[in-house]
Design a protein around this ligand. Structure first.
Ligand SMILES: *Cc1c(COP(=O)(O)O)cnc(C)c1O
Length: 346
């Protein structure tokens, strides 16, 4: 019997977003809402973030960004940064999105889409500062900016931002990326562009290194209380979502709970983590397709709640603790939760 539920604590989200905004000020915070706000539901996440003062949202995929824009209307600017087809770019522009543009061919397609829709496309030009994950290479950058400036003059686009994404693997590499970014911004200005916002950093670099903040920071993980894998706890933020399931049977010193690998619980967690129960931390012993098995506790009963991940109030691991147990990041246990598992706002 499936008893799983993903509880999304919106008061905690608001408090995380406030803490992130306070830390980043005067830089603005773009709350990252890709993949349906990391599978937590764009609508509730955007509404609560607006309450906490967020005025920018963004994501990789157009569908999540379009939903964010539909919820926020004129209260926020929303950016979608994946290179997409013309049809999708048209839908994005029609829906009022700004677009991240990281290659010359895409810039031309965005121009055409803007003409078709009858709007001026607001774009954020992306320089590749070493991560090689989309972005215009430094040797092609000046020509790219010159073309963008030409399209601005003809009235089909306006360059509102210059951005990049850094690896956050080592301070040295990030410093090299930042220097490349500063050169790219200077070159863009030299070509006649005047971007309003420069943005380079995601959660970890923006949190720990003020010199990376620029005008805007793009924060996903820390807004949702997910610390970096192998990184320190971040004071003032805590996980927003908890994955909970109920006990469906007790036998032989073990409790069976109504969540399994089909619900998105990674089967590789079996034997590697302790989860939160009414009797404290207990070993997660098996993860089967439809049910999982946890070491029992005194007085265990059917209907008791077991917390697979959450902020830790019941002894449960955080999403990042789970990720680390199976060699991945904290976003992954959250993203894997099946869309069929009910989301409940707290
Ligand atoms: C997902 C993403 C982010 C958010 O990164 P966090 O480390 O979770 O804050 C920032 N920028 C880009 C381009 C992304 O795709």
């Amino acid at each position: 019997m499936n008893t799983a539920e993903l509880r999304v604590d919106l008061e905690r989200l608001r408090s995380n977003v406030r803490a992130v905004r306070a830390r980043m000020a005067p830089a603005e915070v773009l709350v990252v809402i890709k993949d349906d706000a990391y599978a937590q539901g764009v609508q509730r996440i955007v509404e609560a973030s607006l309450d906490a003062g967020a005025r920018w949202f963004g994501g990789i995929d157009v569908p999540s960004a379009l939903r964010a824009k539909a919820v926020s209307g004129d209260r926020a600017r929303v950016v979608a940064w994946m290179t997409v087809t013309e049809a999708e770019a048209e839908a994005a522009l029609r829906g009022g999105l700004e677009l991240g543009v990281g290659d010359a061919g895409y810039l031309e397609r965005v121009r055409q889409s803007a003409a078709k829709v009858g709007v001026v496309a607001r774009v954020h030009l992306k320089i590749d500062t070493g991560l090689h994950r989309n972005g215009v290479r430094p040797e092609d950058w000046d020509a790219f900016c010159a073309r963008a400036a030409q399209l601005e003059r003809e009235g089909s686009i306006v360059v509102v931002g210059i951005w990049s994404h850094i690896a956050e693997a080592s301070d040295e590499e990030d410093d090299i990326s930042r220097a490349a970014f500063d050169r790219a911004v200077a070159a863009a200005r030299g070509e006649g562009l005047s971007p309003e916002v420069r943005h380079l950093a995601a959660s970890a670099a923006a949190w720990h290194r003020p010199e990376f903040r620029g005008d805007l920071v793009r924060i996903g993980a820390f807004c949702y209380g997910i610390r970096s894998a192998d990184g320190p706890e971040i004071s003032g933020i805590a996980p927003v979502s908890s994955l909970v399931a109920r006990v469906v049977a007790i036998e032989g010193g073990e409790a069976r709970i109504g969540i399994g690998s089909v619900d998105g619980l990674p089967s590789t967690l079996a034997g590697r983590v302790h989860v939160g129960t009414p009797g404290g931390r207990r070993e997660l012993r098996h993860v089967n397709p439809f049910e999982s098995v946890v070491e029992a506790w005194d007085g265990a009963q059917c209907g008791d709640e077991v917390v697979l991940f959450g902020p830790g109030e019941h002894g449960e691991p955080t999403p990042t603790d789970l990720g680390e147990a199976i060699g991945t990041v904290g976003e992954e246990p959250l993203l894997r939760v099946s869309p069929l598992v009910p989301r409940v706002s707290l």
